[in-house]
Write a protein that binds this ligand. Structure first.
Ligand SMILES: NC(=O)C1=CN([C@@H]2O[C@H](COP(=O)(O)OP(=O)(O)OC[C@H]3O[C@@H](n4cnc5c(N)ncnc54)[C@H](OP(=O)(O)O)[C@@H]3O)[C@@H](O)[C@H]2O)C=CC1
Ligand SMILES: O=C(O)[C@@H]1CCC=N1
Length: 264
């Protein structure tokens, strides 16, 4: 097996969506385990990949092994699989707050470790993943992992001290954006627009605005100013957003997110 997942829920499923769509790996080169036969059946039906109820089997068979369980299960999963892992494999953590030192200590032996923070837009190939590695991972091996991650979207290799920030600005941030889409759609519905149409308008506005930032390279403030006609409608909305503390709410929320990640 080229790639294994221990745990196959929301995040592993999103990554699999990207990987299989890009046809980077064949279905029979990927294996996953979960906590029950029922959820494994769902994984087989959804993705057609190989499955095993035994985490040890997945750990033994995978060249690259992704630990895709909730952070609170990391300790017990590592304890369960540590004997079956060798230094010829690459173990990939996607959990917030679990440092490379913490992981090395739990495995208790020399191991190639990659720590990354993906996000669920991976499902549609529009994710972004922050990646760092321990000193045992060679450049070519990191590239192997990044090739897989790139099938889910963008990948940025960065220093480990920024990983908690990555949690806040990309791992968790789709949730804030979905909240924003819901809020905008609720307002449009309140003013008479059918709900499905409201989601379409709100989502496309966010997609288009994000592409403008990425593709023009212009400052977001400048792009905002281009929308705000003097004495117009947009500046009225911006005035109310500032009055209600929109910018500060986002900053405080993301600071809380980073604090939580640091404490995990
Ligand atoms: N969701 C997100 O947006 C993001 C999540 N992450 C990180 O990804 C990791 C997974 O999160 P997420 O996918 O959301 O979580 P989910 O709860 O959706 O999935 C967790 C998976 O782990 C399985 N599992 C639980 N216990 C065991 C066990 N003992 N052995 C094998 N499998 C087990 C579950 O099995 P079952 O299906 O049977 O319950 C499930 O398939 C977390 O560390 C999270 O912090 C990182 C970035 C973004
Ligand atoms: O909420 C969480 O803890 C995980 C990490 C980033 C996104 N979801």
């Amino acid at each position: 097996m080229k790639l294994g997942f221990i745990g196959c829920g929301n995040m592993a499923g999103a990554m699999l969506g990207g990987i299989l769509k890009e046809e980077l790996l064949k279905k029979d080169e990927i294996i996953a385990s979960t906590s029950s036969a029922k959820s494994l059946q769902r994984v087989r039906e959804c993705f057609g990949i190989c499955t095993a109820l035994s985490n040890r089997e997945v750990a033994e068979k995978s060249e690259i092994l992704v630990l895709a369980v909730k952070p609170q299960y990391y300790e017990e999963i590592i304890e369960e699989i540590r004997e079956c892992i060798s230094d010829s494999q690459i173990v990939v953590s996607i959990a917030p707050g679990k440092s490379l030192d913490w992981l090395e200590e739990r495995f208790g032996k020399p191991l190639k470790l990659v720590r990354c923070m993906p996000n669920t837009p991976a499902l549609v190939g529009e994710g972004i993943t922050g990646v760092c590695r321990n000193r045992r991972v060679e450049d070519g091996e990191l590239e192997q992992v990044c090739r897989i991650l790139r099938s889910c979207g963008e990948t940025e290799v960065l220093s480990e001290h920024l990983m908690d920030v990555v949690v806040s600005v990309s791992g968790s941030s789709p949730a804030y954006v979905f909240l924003f889409i819901e809020a905008m759609a609720d307002a449009a519905v309140a003013d008479g627009m059918p709900r499905a149409q409201a989601y379409k308008f709100a989502s496309q506005a966010i997609l288009g605005s994000a592409r403008m930032v990425l593709e023009t390279g212009r400052h977001p403030g400048e792009l905002k100013d281009m929308v705000c006609s003097p004495g117009g409608t947009t500046i009225e909305a911006v005035r109310v957003l500032e009055e209600k503390g929109f910018r500060s709410a986002v900053i405080e929320a993301m600071k809380a997110c980073v604090r939580k990640a640091k404490g995990m």
